[in-house]
Design a protein around this ligand. Structure first.
Ligand code: AMP
Ligand code: TRP
Length: 347
């Protein structure tokens, strides 16, 4: 893959921030620190924010139709509970703005098979039997490119696992601009993969990402866990025989310890270096309870607000309806322009 940024004329439109979370069940601490908390921090950065619930992406693997709408509301509730203000940020369900699917088709014809063949997430998610995976799972990253480019988003805050999809988005944008002789039409969006917790690891295995698909519930902290469960998971989290590291000590051979320090730093809005300096030489008997207290006090208000909102689906639905209308206000003129650029018939 080549990065078109070196040759393409610069995009000159306004800054826009956009991201999405799949509507596929329980959110965990990785989603909170790698995504939700970061979105909230960007809300007042001067650029409008678009946060959607990726329900079209969710159905690339089987979703129970009886649960999908509730899962969508739950992600919307998590956005609001994490501090996003629906009056400032546009929060909406992806499937409610039909231009996502329309642009995805057009970009499917821009993206190359060879580019998609390299996507590691498809390889991980399709497993041993890739011929049984849905075609949607394969073209998933193209739909993601459509999500981003439909709003001409310039910045996309995500966790580390989305880096490759963002690179693909830039390649698709560059190829569209070149193929259709529309220099600078789509921006080449910047991934914002920042902060101490861009890749939160499992509490049981420092080599595995914290993920909703891990069969062990002990491996992750769910946003729906109560205080006792959170504290117990942290107390039982895997560490090693050593003590807390000294500043400057390399931690590559202590991934579990490195992960807990990163979580502490991200939750407290401090740097890993500051946390290391504070706890250097102490045992985990001192560090783990401090981390458990911090996790409980940080997550409790989010969890409580999520529960309150989930008990009031009408309020969430109002936010989603209003968000979808505002999102379509940006997306519809862009898809109309794209269809013109591609040369489709127009009345
Ligand atoms: P998903 O639930 O897969 O739609 O992911 C939603 C967001 O959470 C994306 O920005 C991911 O990059 C981020 N994310 C998911 N898992 C982790 C993790 N373990 N650490 C940091 N960020 C994560
Ligand atoms: N693929 C992302 C994930 O699993 C979710 C997503 C879909 C997304 N569309 C997006 C993220 C557009 C950023 C921008 O985490």
């Amino acid at each position: 893959m080549t990065d078109a940024s070196a040759t393409a004329p610069a995009y000159t439109g306004p800054r826009r921030i956009l991201s999405g979370i799949q509507a596929s069940g329980a959110l965990h601490l990785g989603n909170y620190l790698g995504a939700l908390k970061r979105f909230t921090a960007l809300q007042d950065s001067g650029a409008p924010c678009f946060l959607f619930v990726a329900d079209l992406h969710a159905i690339t693997v089987w979703q129970d139709p009886a649960l999908l709408a509730a899962q969508t509301r739950e992600i919307a509730a998590a956005y609001i509970a994490s501090g996003l203000d629906p009056a400032k940020s546009t929060i909406f369900p992806q499937s409610a703005v039909r231009a996502h699917a329309e642009l995805a088709w057009i970009l499917n014809c821009v993206a190359r098979l060879g580019w998609l063949d390299r996507m590691t997430q498809f390889k991980e998610k399709s497993g041993k039997h890739k011929e049984r995976a849905s075609v949607g799972l394969y073209t998933y990253p193209v739909l993601q490119a459509a999500d981003i480019l439909l709003y001409k988003a310039t910045e996309v805050p995500v966790g580390e696992d989305q880096k490759q999809h963002l690179e693909l988005t830039r390649d698709i944008a560059g190829k569209f601009n070149t193929d259709f002789n529309a220099p600078g039409y789509f921006p080449l969006p910047e991934p914002l993969i920042q902060g101490p917790a861009t890749r939160v690891m499992s509490l049981r295995d420092g080599a595995a990402k914290m993920s909703k698909s891990d069969p062990s519930d002990q491996s992750r902290i769910n946003l729906t866990d109560d205080a006792d469960t959170i504290a117990s998971k942290i107390r039982k989290s895997k560490t090693d025989m050593g003590v807390m590291p000294e500043p400057g000590e390399g931690l590559d051979d202590r991934p579990e310890v490195k992960n807990l320090i990163a979580i502490y730093a991200a939750l407290s809005d401090r740097t890993r270096e500051e946390i290391t300096a504070e706890f250097a030489g102490q045992g985990f008997g001192a560090f783990k309870p401090a981390l458990a207290d911090l996790a409980v006090s940080s997550l409790a208000p989010v969890t409580a607000e999520m529960r309150r909102l989930m008990d009031d689906p009408a309020e969430i639905d109002r936010v989603l309806r209003d968000g979808a209308e505002r999102a379509a206000g940006i997306a519809d003129p862009v898809i109309a322009e794209v269809k013109k650029i591609v040369g489709f018939w127009q009345a």
